[in-house]
Write a protein that binds this ligand. Structure first.
Ligand code: NA7
Length: 545
């Protein structure tokens, strides 16, 4: 694979040009470092580049789901909607790339295949799928948490004569479903956004549902000018509140009461306020919905009741009613999902009772029936948090690989580094709040921590950093202990790896909250990067300094 004459040397190699990669490039460049970013797509944007399916939209409010590092940027950018759609977020990231002149250091259409650390040279060598080779002291994986698509392995799929899609690899040109019979497999956040949009076009839409999910109306609309003025007038304070909050969102008050300690009317009123406000914060109406089974049951019943008010056919309503505790799988944002089932051209197919067995040239077959379709859409999710990292062959020359180190599940210190893989950082890796938070806030925190750490090392003439195995173990125990107190750890969800056959089970993100996590990471840094070994490469190799 080595192409020596193509060897190029940098201070830092970054994989991915989404929110994380772009901010890393901006910060590292400001620190005088030579950086190269690899991006598989032909433009910036990451998640928001790939997920172009109809209805793709963020479920965190636009004024909060955006960079805070530049006052000018956050003042000048105008969001058109309370919750931005994919095209607008992509335009925003393109604007960020242009405004900070980032594109010139990004290598587009370039997928990384392999990364090897040489202890002798104290550097990483990165090979692209095209066979190019790059070297650097440090490597940062800014590869996103939801990037590796999960496509079910259905017998006969190769014989299907229509077009099929995974939502995260959606074509750039619009797909017209007018007059077609369409199937959608998957009813998570993505399927739930997609279904109403496709239903407006398709001749007939079959929704293949394995698990019914909880959905809360998003109540999107044009960005309110008064709210925008107010937030922009005190943006620094809003951002600070978000950074110190549990989920990286300033707009939510931190609940202090249990569901069980208020009267039924008060509890109903509290849920009603959240329901009418819209968005996925409903489980935060009280402090124990995700921890106490009885509190959870009460919240679950409230949402089920609301959902059933929308769906006209009681049998369909029954089938759309979730049977697991609310919030233990990610809450979904409803933008017309339940209403879609009141249309004559939409049929719900229960594939829990009778799974998809095969596909034919024009059909999807379950154990009970054959459904004629002209196009099929997989909204079947991702090998979340670890899949993208494990897809790259990462390791140390004559030493451990990430795949070997994570054979029984991910191990990481603060989601930042993996013991055994020196000078390699991750942004929002396993054991950090990542997918449980407004991820832009978590990305900024990790990027700032990593770049501050590299500046600290540069100032002291250090060039080698490793996470210590015992610190990693202690942090992993803490992550598990915090998750174990909640109902989430018991659920079959992509948080626990349950959606991918053969994936080791365990709760992957950190549930302790964005604010507490940040405070802990800051303390680790203040204490001389406690739990990390910082040295010169010579010291790391055991030579006298
Ligand atoms: P999710 O939330 O993982 O949802 C995937 C859906 O696809 C879910 O309903 C799954 O049912 C279903 N699924 C997955 N594999 C299969 C197979 N083999 N057969 C039938 N049905 C299947 O992914 P999303 O893309 O919706 O959302 C991911 C995140 O992206 C989201 O939370 C936001 O953060 C953005 P299951 O529940 O496993 O029974």
């Amino acid at each position: 694979m080595s192409v020596e004459n193509n060897d190029q040397h940098y201070d830092v190699l970054v994989v991915g040009a989404g929110f994380a990669g772009l901010y890393l490039l901006h910060r590292l460049r400001a620190q005088g470092m030579r950086v190269k970013v690899f991006e598989a797509g032909d433009d910036v944007g990451g998640t928001w580049y790939w997920n172009r399916y109809p209805g793709a939209r963020c479920d965190v409010e636009s004024l909060e789901y955006s960079f805070s590092f530049s006052e000018e940027l956050q003042q000048e950018w105008k969001w058109s909607e309370r919750y931005a759609g994919q095209p607008e977020i992509l335009r925003y990231l393109q604007h960020v790339a242009d405004r900070f002149d980032l594109r010139r250091d990004v290598l587009f259409n370039t997928r990384v295949a392999r990364a090897r650390f040489s202890p002798a040279r104290n550097e990483w060598t990165v090979n692209t799928e095209a066979g190019e080779q790059y070297r650097a002291r440090y490597c940062v994986m800014a590869t996103g948490n939801l990037s590796k698509a999960s496509v079910p392995d259905i017998p006969g799929i190769e014989s299907f004569k229509g077009r099929w899609f995974h939502t995260s690899a959606w074509p750039k040109e619009p797909v017209d479903f007018t007059g077609l019979r369409v199937g959608v497999v998957g009813t998570g956040s993505t399927g739930i956004q997609l279904v109403p949009r496709v239903a407006e076009q398709a001749r007939h839409l079959y929704v293949f549902q394995r698990t019914a999910n909880y959905c809360i109306p998003l109540r999107n609309g044009p960005q309110d000018a008064g709210i925008e003025r107010d937030v922009k007038g005190r943006y620094a304070a809003v951002r600070k509140q978000a950074r110190e909050s549990p989920s990286g969102v300033a707009g939510f008050n931190v609940p202090t009461q249990s569901v069980l300690e208020v009267r039924p009317e008060e509890r109903e009123a509290a849920f009603e306020r959240r329901w009418n406000w819209g968005g996925i914060g409903l489980t935060r109406a009280f402090n124990d919905v995700l921890f106490n089974e009885e509190s959870n049951r009460i919240a679950s019943e409230y949402v089920k009741r609301k959902m059933r008010e929308v769906v006209k056919d009681p049998k369909v309503a029954d089938a759309l009613t979730p049977t697991y505790p609310i919030g233990t799988k990610r809450l979904c944002a409803d933008t017309g999902y339940f209403q879609a089932f009141n249309r004559d051209n939409v049929t719900l197919v229960d594939i829990r009772r009778s799974p998809i067995r095969a596909m034919g040239p024009h059909s999807v077959e379950t154990g009970e029936a054959t459904y004629e379709v002209d196009a099929l859409i997989f909204a079947t999710g991702f090998d979340a948090m670890t899949g993208t990292l494990l897809a790259i062959d990462i390791g140390v020359e004559n030493g451990p690989t990430l795949r070997s180190l994570w054979a029984d599940g991910p191990h990481a210190y603060l989601g930042l580094m993996v013991a055994g893989l020196p000078n390699l950082f991750m942004v929002t890796g396993p054991g950090s709040p990542s997918v449980l938070s407004n991820v832009v806030v978590s990305i900024e925190q990790h990027v700032e921590w990593i770049t501050n750490c590299l500046a600290h090392m540069q100032e002291r003439g250090l060039d080698h950093i490793e996470a210590l195995a015992d610190a990693q173990q202690t942090w992993g125990d803490h992550v598990n202990e915090v998750a174990g107190r909640s109902l989430l750890a018991k659920a079959s969800s992509w948080y626990t790896g349950a959606n991918i056959p053969g994936k080791p089970r365990g709760f992957i993100p950190y549930m302790g909250g964005v604010g507490a996590f940040r405070a802990h990471c800051d303390e680790v840094a203040r204490n001389g990067y406690q739990g990390f070994a910082l040295s010169t490469a010579r010291q790391a190799q055991g030579s006298p300094a």
